[in-house]
Design a binder for this molecule. Sequence first.
Ligand code: SF4
Ligand code: SF4
Length: 554
Amino acid sequence: MTWRQETQLKSILQNERGYVIHSGGGRSKFALVYPNLYKIGMSNLGIHIIYELLNNRADTSCERFFLPEPKSLGQIERAKTPLLSLETQTPLFKFPLIGFAVSFEPDYFNLLKILELGRIKLLSKERKDLDPIVIAGGPCATFNPEPLSLFVDAFVIGEGEAILPPLLDTICAAKAEGLSRTQTLQKLSTVAGVYVPSVPRQTKRQWLKNLDSHPAHTVIVTDDTELNMYLIETARGCGRHCRFCMAGYCFRRPRNRSLEVLKLEVESAKHFGKKIGLMGAAISDYPWINELCQAIRNEGLPMSVASFRADSVTAELVEALVSSGLKTLTIAPEAGSARMRAVINKGIEEEHVFRAVELGLAAGVRNFRLYFMIGLPFETLEDVEAIVTLSNRLKEYMQNHSGSGRLTLSVNPFIPKPFTPFQWAPMADKRYIEEALKMLRVGLKGKNIELITESPRESIVQAVLARGDSRIGEVLLKAHQNGGIKTFRQVLKELEIDVGYYLYRQRDKDEALPWDLLDQGFTKEYLYSEYERAQNLQKTLPCFDSCKRCGVCS
Ligand code: SF4
Ligand code: SF4
């Protein structure tokens, strides 16, 4: 009985503006899947961008799928009905092309669950000519597709706007020629930016050269999202070279949209009356941020930002955020000591953090949140102690200047991600992380500072998935069969997979890494030189025009 699922999907559609249903016309169906709940997926700008891109093609009709809410999931499983699309309530298995947008490692489990609910064979090698082709893109696919390579037929390495058009053209041509599945995948493996695990080849990441050619904003408006905002992307990539940051490396080079294009987007947003959410790696680095804030305020719209850097935040930006209802200002020093901030090349000093707090207090903000990592390469417990010292001094400063307000520390264990200079470094083990957390708890006790931490167990699962190879795919499969993410660590043990091999080893410079078949535009030598610079506390300057340092812009 699919009526219950159909009714639920139709009621979601009733609350949306901007969705597209193409009737007939020989378009090929594309299932765009976000492997998490609707409200999370609809807060992801990538889903809107790809949805519009695909539906604007004359030959494609794109429909969305999400992980059902737990209650609906139970109903679907009990009734044994297939997962249906949002737009036309069509079963997933009826779509010849299925594209997952994967942003977070824990969503790998949801990807398998959705394939199962959609009645798609989980293993790529078991799919036959009439089965759908399953592709995956997004940040996780771009930095390490290997853990998903048993389940995904082709990966999009880089930015969808640059890769999906030739990918779809190739599939259409293959269909017209009557090629088999194997032949189609072979053809796909020759498309720039497409990595096909069954035909493994060096694959070069593709990226959009001119952002103005593809304005990126909310396409489907609904109140039922996590953020409930109209999202506008101001910039892509980041040229700050923080050595821990996968996004900074995998989305190079930094690019800005022109102010003229953004002003037009703000004007279109006005009709929806929603808060504007500016998206980008470091919003305060946008060269015309003050003018953009002014344009948004001139339209009478509130605004919010995905993130900003303490060293480039301006009074205008803080005031615009506060007048939009901002109650807590978030700052990411990432490390407590100047030494560790030099290791990670964060480029933020204590005076920037105090200045950002000062700007916030002057604009009327009372609450502040600080992001830190522990277990960074070359870190010692003295550096952890420096987090305590800095936080206590900030709290004192807040008390002296506003008398009240909450200071929250969000502290996460560091994961050495692929394609960063720290990819060779071991992850700090559980014992060190627990000791560091204890030190923070003791040092902050009685200081009225809230401490929020990610559990070391969750970080370990995330890290194995981020750094894994295709053997981790087998663990994913077995964990999926045994009940999902909660069984992952147990399955690792059962399959006698040594977590230490993946996480706690120092890699040799020349060791082959699971993600070596991907080419992000820079060499391993370049990355390794950054690793050495980290050890020597050497500063690396941000990207600049005419720079050819890393190879991405040559
Ligand atoms: S400023 Fe640093 S942490 Fe932030 S996006 Fe850029 S490189 Fe990453
Ligand atoms: S070549 Fe220079 S400007 Fe271009 S991404 Fe690399 S470091 Fe940045």
